[in-house]
Design a protein around this ligand. Structure first.
Ligand code: XUL
Ligand code: CO
Length: 437
């Protein structure tokens, strides 16, 4: 069965003047930007959960999304049909990667053993689809938040029996990811946090979370999985407070529990804004610590305080993301995964194409703009010059630890009041607009 008949073969690049809404206007996979092609820089992935198993249900109403691949009443049949639709979509869109949770691709069975068998069957089918289409797995993960047993957390649950369920699920999800040649594996702490401290031993729960990660690292080694492991910061939702709340909290967690070097971060735009940060800030903090691994690309809504997971269309935003990406020298194991969902009113399957095409075009433009900003060098030169004093003899003595407070006192007595220099924010914002506009 063909699920997306409107796209006969695949989405093509037609250039900025094209009026075809089912063509790329900026994303030209083979176009070189610096040393790499656009496809090599951006490494787009489509997520399975929102795009193929999301229903459009919200707290106020029933599912709205028309999904012909989800029509079969038998859950396993439905899973195979969904896989067909997903790989048709990936191929027609021309993305290189996909991402999934165990429970997205295979339904839960009546018990753990049946769930494992279901997953194994779907992994086999997905392997066939990957071979047939050439689409690869960017990362896999386990849904440790949807089953009611995880209502009080998965690895952070007060009950070790629930911890065992989560750990067992991670074992099979890791093995599934490995079997599919996944480049990475993500831990998003869906319910690893608390609703109220009146019933929570936060110290113990954080230790339990770290323990699961150490166990997963050991298991990855045992099975020979060499892909990158990531955690994904998010400050809240579903819990009131998630333990991996933002990049700096994750950094502290990784350092505290001896996990640096084993995990990087998968950073998501809407999670950054929920944390009260810009995506630029979160990426910068991770990049400086050497743990920027992968990106969940989406956008929030400034007027809504929840995780709306919208498709990114703002070129200013994609420019800031591409600047961080270029500054870190590009992705190695990671990519740009559209962890984004179409709005509830965009209920037709074809809306999935419009959504992804828009996101890919926005990132293509952002990449081109960021590349020009870097090539031009005026922004970098401004920042370098702003800190130039630190390369002088006094600045170097301070930073090398040679200078004391007495030396600072002597320096001020000898040199008097410092000259104030403008931060030139507006000048720099105009400079960025020179490239964006
Ligand atoms: C939830 C979220 C997840 C993770 C994978 O906000 O971002 O979908 O990306 O579990
Ligand atoms: Co995400």
């Amino acid at each position: 069965m063909v699920y997306f008949p409107e796209v006969a073969d695949r989405v093509h690049y037609e250039g900025p003047s094209s009026r075809n809404p089912l063509a790329f206007h900026h994303y030209d996979a083979a176009k070189r930007i610096g040393a790499k092609t656009m496809a090599e820089h951006l490494r787009f992935a489509v997520c399975y959960w929102h795009t193929f198993v999301g229903t459009g249900q919200d707290p106020f109403g029933a599912p709205t999304l028309v999904r012909p691949w989800a029509a079969n009443p038998d859950p396993m049949r439905r899973a195979y049909d969904t896989l067909d639709a997903a790989f048709e979509f990936f191929s027609k869109l021309g993305v290189e990667y996909w991402c999934f949770h165990d429970r997205d691709i295979a339904p839960e069975g009546i018990d753990h053993a049946e769930s494992c068998r279901n997953l194994e069957a779907l992994v086999k089918a997905a392997d066939g689809k990957q071979k047939e289409t050439g689409v690869k797995l960017l990362w896999g993960t386990a849904s440790l938040f949807s089953n009611p047993r995880y209502q009080a957390g998965a690895s952070t649950n007060p009950d070790p029996h629930v911890f065992a369920c989560a750990a067992a699920q991670v074992k099979y999800a890791l093995e599934a990811t490995h079997a599919l040649g996944g480049l990475g594996y993500v831990f998003w702490g869906g319910r690893e946090g608390y609703e109220t401290l009146w019933n929570t031993d936060m110290k113990r729960e954080r230790e339990q979370f770290a323990r699961l990660l150490h166990m997963a690292i050991a298991h990855a080694r045992t099975i020979g999985f060499t892909g990158q492991l990531y955690i994904e910061p998010k400050p809240m939702e579903p819990t009131k407070h998630q333990y991996d709340s933002d990049v700096e909290a994750c950094l502290n967690f990784l350092r505290e529990f001896d996990l640096m070097g084993h995990l990087k971060l998968n950073i998501e735009t809407n999670h950054a804004t929920l944390a009260g940060h810009t995506m630029q800030h979160e990426l910068r903090a991770a990049r400086h610590a050497g743990i920027l691994g992968s990106i969940d690309a989406n956008a929030g809504d400034e007027l809504l305080g929840w995780d709306t997971d919208q498709f990114p269309t703002n070129v200013y935003l994609t420019t800031t993301i591409a600047l961080e990406l270029l500054a870190m020298g590009g992705f190695t194991t990671g990519g740009l995964n559209f962890d984004a969902k179409v709005r509830r009113q965009s209920h037709e399957p074809i809306d999935l194409f419009y959504a992804h095409i828009g996101g890919m075009d926005a990132f293509a433009r952002g990449l081109e703009i960021a590349h020009r900003i870097m090539e031009d060098g005026r922004l970098d030169a401004f920042v370098t010059d702003r800190y130039a004093g630190w390369s002088g003899p006094f600045g170097s003595d301070v930073m090398s630890g040679k200078a004391t407070l007495d030396d600072c006192d002597a320096y001020v007595r000898a040199n008097g009041e410092p000259l104030r220099r403008s931060g030139r924010q507006e000048y720099l914002e105009n400079l960025i607009n020179e490239y964006v506009l």
